[in-house]
Design a protein around this ligand. Structure first.
Ligand code: ZN
Ligand code: ZN
Ligand code: FE
Length: 749
């Protein structure tokens, strides 16, 4: 019997598992890795072989993901014993590279065991855990194709690596203090700090109130103790113009519970092998400095995912700020020289090591909504896991994504590989990240894109990159259609469905800026079935940084004067924007839901100016007291497309503000009103199109309250609701959506 095992089965201890299983069943034959996966030849009595084949899938090791076991009868060779045969090269490579995985229990036990030769070794790992994607440079996945290539294993490590029964059999990053990477604590000027235990010294530095730049798995972090306002405020100041909440690293679940409340699904995510940053409700008495997460009701908490982080968190014994090593909006640093240059003004000292990082990979971020994970950022721990495409493609595909929160996606057949988080592609550095990332993925998954899908927006650098590629067919995908398609496709659906796609901005098919859309369609095409009422977007990017401009736009349209919250905005500036709105000069029309949130948040005085997109809306959501909130009235104009007009709601906001109603109530009423009109518009569109499937996506649906209310409303109207789970609802899902659209259009001819 010969069996082909498909899926993620390389670099995860699958062959030794087969070997042990064969011993157990007394089966003869061999197992080998080739470039398609794992091939097994098994000889023995038919019923025994049958049972053996069942277990190949059922009992696979923790990091394996077996997609299928295909068996065929062959003539028995009669060779005795069972062997692991060396890797074969050549042929088509579809054997996937796996994700980085948090340190396993066995390795943690060794890390803490003074008698173990890897006691306190920050780079220990085994086939069940450790770095993968962040160190891989090529295929097949083997030590020479990783950033461990330069480290020669000592005899003890080599013996483990060669022994099929050892937990470190073919663990490519296998290492020990004698032969592997070393950690060093260095001053800003590069001078090494004299210490016999750099990890303990680093933990002491943190306790003493120093800011450290720490080279981790996918990049550099900036760290300091989280309970000391002086040092956290200093870090915030040195990072410049940065208001985003800082993430926290704690040693274990108990320590996390001192900071946040954890529901069961939240705890499951926190302790998962992906080890994302989990956004959870902050405890009122959490011992955390105010500057960690100003105005945020949630804290982002994560557990250690490498032995290095485990040692640091345990030795320090306090919660640590662990934020991206960058200044403001730049991408996280991962190259040693670059990190030194960019972070030396911020960090007091550097904790570094000599294992290169192949691919910059940010921490993944997730929150739980409706008991399910909702990803804000999908990167470390998730990349490069593949997603299935519901419609297979005959040709190789590339989706280049949007501009913000960019991730790209390559695909062939029915498999798609969404990339790690690239970031906001607004400059040469992030564009280079995109280019290099695509080249890397093309090699890893042997994809040579013949079709390149991109956004309609001609000025996105990602679009320009797509247009530069030669000899390919280009496919234009409307931004909000890509959101809809991505959500359908990740759930294995093709539509048709009605989708409420709410986000900041995306270019519409009619040349205006969309962002509050009710679409009806499937993977191949769509119709605009409804939208938020249009308003001028005064000053493009300026309107994003200054939410008061959106408030001015709405209020000018409604002939309302400057409200009291706007005193800090000089009448002169207000008049200038109002004039822009009245004449339409320097303004574009938009139906953006994100900008509507900005406008209302600004009217309530939450934020007149922001340091990152959506900040006013996030803080407005945080204020909401969803108790007994009577929804504000939105006007539903049942024309085609349906128009949802927020003017009555805005008038009610102004009236409530004038009556001294607290913003917590106004926010709750606004959320409830927008959810209600969204449900009504979706139901109307669904009836007109005769569909019973609904999709909610777009960055605005990172808003937990809005998502919960809208989904519940749609469900009670009898619609089945799909929400993004494996990819973020924000523009991180766009590239996968583009690829799904391209594949479906190709299949439709
Ligand atoms: Zn391990
Ligand atoms: Zn060694
Ligand atoms: Fe979007």
């Amino acid at each position: 019997m010969r069996a082909r095992v498909d899926g993620t089965v390389q670099g995860v201890g699958y062959r030794p598992f087969v070997y042990r299983l064969a011993q157990e069943f007394g089966i003869a034959g061999w197992v080998l890795n080739d470039e398609r996966g794992v091939l097994v030849e098994a000889e023995g009595p038919a019923d025994v072989v049958e049972a053996f084949l069942d277990r190949l899938r059922a009992d696979a090791p923790p990091l394996a993901d077996v997609r299928g076991v295909e068996a065929e009868d062959i003539d028995a060779l009669g060779d005795p014993g069972f062997q692991i045969v060396a890797s074969q090269r050549g042929g088509a490579a579809t054997a996937p590279v796996t994700v980085d995985s948090a340190t396993c229990e066995d390795c943690l036990a060794e890390l803490a065991d003074p008698a173990d030769r890897r006691h306190r070794y920050p780079f220990l790992n085994c086939t069940n855990c450790g770095p993968r994607f962040t160190i891989v440079t090529g295929i097949p996945y083997d030590r020479p194709a990783t950033t461990m290539a330069g480290f020669v294993m000592c005899d003890a490590c080599q013996a483990e690596y060669d022994d099929p029964l050892n937990r470190r059999f073919h663990a490519q990053p296998n290492a020990c203090p004698a032969c592997g990477p070393r950690v060093r604590l260095v001053e800003r000027d590069g001078l090494e700090v004299e210490t016999d235990d750099a990890m303990r010294a680093a933990a002491q530095d943190l306790l003493d109130g120093r800011i450290l730049a720490i080279k981790g798995l996918g990049g550099y972090h900036l760290a300091c103790r989280a309970d000391d306002e002086t040092v956290v405020a200093a870090l915030r100041a040195r990072k410049r113009r940065e208001d985003r909440p800082f993430a926290l690293l704690v040693a274990d679940v108990e320590a996390a519970r001192r900071l946040v409340t954890l529901s069961e699904p939240e705890q499951a995510l926190l302790t998962s092998r992906q080890r994302p940053i989990v956004l959870a409700r902050r405890l009122p008495d959490a011992p955390v400095a105010p500057s960690v997460a100003p105005r945020a009701p949630d804290l982002g908490v994560m557990l250690p995912y490498t032995p290095l982080h485990q040692l640091l968190a345990t030795d320090a014994g306090v919660a640590l700020v662990m934020t991206s090593g960058n200044v403001s909006d730049e991408p996280i640093a991962f190259d040693d020289g670059d990190a030194r240059e960019r972070l030396e003004q911020i960090a007091d000292r550097f904790l570094v090591h000599d294992r290169p990082i192949a691919t910059r990979t940010d921490d993944s971020v997730v929150r739980v909504v409706r008991e399910r994970p909702l990803l804000m950022r999908r990167s470390r721990g998730h990349t490069p896991a593949a997603l299935d495409l519901p419609v297979a493609s005959a040709r190789h595909l590339l989706g280049v994504g949007a501009e913000q929160k960019n991730a790209f996606c390559v695909a062939k057949g029915d498999r798609a590989w969404p990339s790690h988080h690239i970031g906001d592609i607004k400059n040469y550095e992030t564009l280079t990240s995109l280019r290099d990332g695509v080249t890397h993925f093309e090699a890893l998954f042997e994809v040579a894109p013949e079709v390149v899908a991109h956004d309609l927006h001609p000025d996105y650098l990602s679009t320009r990159y797509a247009l530069e590629r030669e000899g390919v067919e280009l496919v234009e995908v409307q931004h909000h259609h890509a959101h809809l398609a991505a959500t359908l496709a990740e759930h294995g659906e093709t539509g048709p469905a009605v989708g409420a796609i709410y986000d900041g901005t995306g270019l519409g098919s009619d040349g205006t800026i969309w962002g509050g859309e009710i679409l009806v369609g499937g993977l191949a095409d769509f119709e605009r079935a409804g939208r938020l009422a249009g308003v001028w977007l005064p000053g493009g990017e300026g309107a994003i940084r200054e939410p008061w401009r959106m408030a001015c736009s709405w209020l000018t349209q409604m002939r309302e004067p400057l409200p009291p919250a706007f005193e800090p905005i000089a009448q002169q500036r207000w008049n200038m924007v109002a004039r822009m709105v009245m004449t339409g000069v320097g303004a574009t029309s938009t139906s953006s839901a994100g900008r509507l949130f900005d406008a209302v948040a600004a009217m309530c005085g939450v934020r007149l100016e922001v340091s990152y997109e959506g900040q006013a809306a996030v803080e407005f959501e945080a204020l909401a007291d969803p108790g007994a909130a009577e929804p504000y009235e939105f006007q539903l104009q049942a024309i085609a497309p349906v128009v949802m007009n927020p003017q009555p709601a805005i008038r009610a906001v102004l009236a409530d503000l004038a009556a001294g109603v607290p913003v917590s109530t106004i926010s709750a009423r606004f959320h409830a009103g927008l959810a209600r009109v969204t449900v009504e518009a979706c139901v109307l569109a669904a009836e007109r199109a005769d569909v019973d499937l609904a999709v909610l996506s777009g960055g605005v649906f990172q808003n937990r309250l809005l998502l919960e209310l809208t989904a519940a409303g749609l469900e009670s109207a009898g619609l089945r609701v799909l929400v993004p789970e494996r990819l973020p609802p924000n523009d991180g899902q766009i590239a996968f959506g583009q690829v799904a659209v391209a594949a479906a259009r190709e299949a439709a001819g």
